[in-house]
Write a protein that binds this ligand. Sequence first.
Ligand code: RIB
Ligand code: CA
Length: 349
Amino acid sequence: HRSTRPNPQRKTDIMLTMSTSTTTSTTAATGRVDASRARPRPIILDCDPGHDDAAAIILALGNPAIDLLGVTTVGGNQTAEKITRNARSVLRLCNREDVPVHQGASRPLLHDVEVAAQIHGESGLDGVELPDPTVPVAPGHAVSFIIDTVMAAAPGEITLVATGPLTNIALAARIEPRIVGRIAELVVMGGGFHEANWTPAAEFNIWVDPEAARIVFEESWPITMVGLDLTHQALATAEAEEGIRRIGSELSEAFLGLMAFFRRAYKENQDFDDPPVHDPCTIAYLIDPAIVRTRRAPVRIETHGQYTTGATVVDLRGQAPENVHTQVATELDHAGFWRLMTEAIAALS
Ligand code: RIB
Ligand code: CA
């Protein structure tokens, strides 16, 4: 699935030509041995761009600690077709169309399609004119790409990041259960233990496909849930945006154009003065776990509540039992997060 020709911009090629020594380490979350910390962490980003998903793609591409192997798309903020085009446009904007985009599920396992046009607009990335993609959608379903990539890599090598509804991730675990024990960890933007946004009890990604979320959270893989309790701290303040404005590039201007639309949408719909940029918090956690404080806790997904379907029920009472495979994000280093975002945009400009 990945081009074999060295791409001077691919961080792995740069790192390997620098003949870095490899060291092994274990992730805080999982205790699993990472193949090597000296090399960028290889990830697959399953997403529904979406303004904040676009920011996650930019952060993953712009930071040397991450090697974005591929983007998989899922219907969520907009239809799967619009989402897939948006992902390809963002990669074109970042001059990284070498990263393959595989389209995934166009609807939830059981529920009807519900998009978030009031937040992301009719295109899913309203606010700027993004460049038309020049590379077609990669052949093969997103779920096949996830399974094939994880099974071809060494155990503990690949990290999955999901910033949209969890339909693709659930299908992958059901079609090839061996991936559950083979990934380094799964990082999910979704849910919340004291915060909700789409209903009084549920966050959008979990609400759209609660059955998929239940399948995912009931598997034994290590999961870091980066929910609204954390991402509502990732506000695009005027000061954060000023640091990005000083870059003065096509990418920084496009990013700020997206944030301007996002700002208006969040003010009108959820009365935020500054928009919460949810999805890149997952990438920031992988780059520097010190920026995202976490605590281990059991997480259950409500799928039958008359008023609570889609809720992530997180048990924060006392110490988590030893066999808990989930942790939830609690506190963000706001300055550190926006430093990473700014550096990534500058690195890609
Ligand atoms: O609730 C916020 C989440 O839902 C974000 O991932 C946003 O992009 C949407 O997918
Ligand atoms: Ca998203």
